[in-house]
Design a protein around this ligand. Structure first.
Ligand code: PMP
Length: 388
């Protein structure tokens, strides 16, 4: 019969229980399926039913494109978690935070046609979409200009404005990045996709001028394509709204309805349930990974410092969405190939602007994927130990 679930590449059969031993485990993309069991447990309260006649129009009753209810739930969410200060700030919705990356670049770039293009930079290793999206849109107003560090102390002499993406925690390496460029020529976009207690301690609320968040990494609903920006400056906010209006004329109302329903579940009860659930899974996965790699000389991973988390009131080690693995052996310059031979598909360092000695592996996939990743890595580590 028809499968009752979507089987991943390593399983088959009507209930996805038949294992395909030779398959490759795909941990290339960061698909946050680890949260699926939480939503199965909360299936009743999190479902949405949309009748055919419902919410057909372009605008809400008040003429706007954004749900005021959803906007107020987002304020409440950040207040609860303590990860961002939203008071006296504007909120813009986007089709995933992907759409907001460019809305932000557009809004912050120089609009004087005589001046040279604004330089868009990020600290390597960086999330590749900053580069690929900026290059795709190929504007006269802005240009992707590589690694932030090459512009440090040069912002004045370059006579141009800068937009620096600051990713905290960083994708791929989990660092709590801070802005590198300072001064009146530099504007910052804080991409806080992973600034949730699932992945990091939350020492204090971020209070930056432009902050981006996404439902994808909070609830795991990456396919709903919902993100939001928190913006301090009214002019920047208006430019971002202009961009969204002209690009897609808002965010699907179905998506807003679903996001509202999901966030209400996040905030129900003691408002901690999903965070406990997500952190417990991530913590356990990281303990297993760290233990397994501790015996390896072939692969290494940087140990990130623990910090006090104001949300959980604990000192917490980080549990990032990705493992950023380094191949130590001289001959293993192409680390992703070493893993590919062991049936693990990761993403190579070059994609993030660094050497291929590094490879990124997703830790947020389904349990099946993670268990298989662990087993395959374990085999690789043990095999190497027995050779040495
Ligand atoms: N920023 C970062 C750092 C990400 O890792 C991702 C997703 N991988 C995004 C933005 C975009 O996420 P989405 O469009 O699903 O909101």
């Amino acid at each position: 019969g028809k499968p009752i679930c979507e089987c991943n590449a390593c399983f088959t059969g009507p209930d996805c229980s038949l294992f395909k031993p030779s398959c490759a485990v795909d941990v290339d993309s960061g698909n946050p399926m680890f949260l699926e069991p939480f939503w199965k447990q909360n299936a009743g309260s999190s479902g949405v039913m949309v009748a055919g006649w419902h919410r057909m129009g372009y605008e809400f009753e008040d003429g706007s494109l954004i749900s005021k209810q959803l906007e107020s739930v987002i304020h409440k969410l950040h207040e609860t978690v303590g990860n961002a200060n939203t008071s006296n700030k504007y909120i813009v919705f986007g089709v995933g935070s992907t759409q907001l990356l460019n809305a932000a670049v557009y809004a912050l770039s120089h609009h004087n046609s005589n001046s040279s293009p604004t330089k868009v930079v990020a600290s390597a290793p960086y999330y590749p979409v900053y580069k690929s999206q900026t290059e795709l849109l190929d504007s006269k107003k802005y240009k992707f200009s590589g690694d932030t560090s090459s512009w440090k102390n040069k912002t004045r002499s370059s006579r141009t404005n800068f937009i620096e993406f600051v990713t905290c925690p960083n994708n791929p390496d989990g660092h709590l990045n801070k802005a590198v460029l300072q001064g009146k020529f530099a504007r910052h976009v804080y991409d806080l996709a992973y600034y949730w207690p699932h992945y990091t301690a939350i020492p204090s609320p971020m209070d930056e001028d432009l902050m981006l968040f996404t439902l994808s990494k909070l609830t795991g609903h990456a396919g709903s394509r919902f993100g939001w920006a928190i913006v301090k400056d009214k002019d920047v906010y208006e430019r971002m709204v202009e961009y969204i209006d002209l690009n897609t004329y808002g965010i699907p109302r179905e998506t807003q309805l679903r996001a509202l329903k999901l966030l209400n579940v996040v905030l129900q009860g003691d408002r901690r349930e999903i965070f406990r659930f997500a952190h417990t899974i991530m913590k356990t996965r990281w303990e297993k990974l760290a233990e397994m790699l501790s015996t390896s000389k072939r692969f290494s991973m940087e140990q990130l410092p623990s910090q006090h988390c104001a949300f959980s009131k604990q000192v917490r080690p980080t549990s990032p969405a990705f493992a950023w693995l380094k191949c130590e052996a001289e001959e293993d310059e192409e680390c992703h190939n070493v893993l590919r031979e062991a049936n693990i598909i990761g993403r190579k360092g070059a994609v993030f602007g660094v050497e291929n000695r590094y490879v990124r592996l997703s830790v947020v996939n389904s349990r099946d994927d993670f268990d298989l990743l662990l087993q395959r890595l374990q085999d690789l580590v043990s095999k190497h130990l027995s050779i040495v």
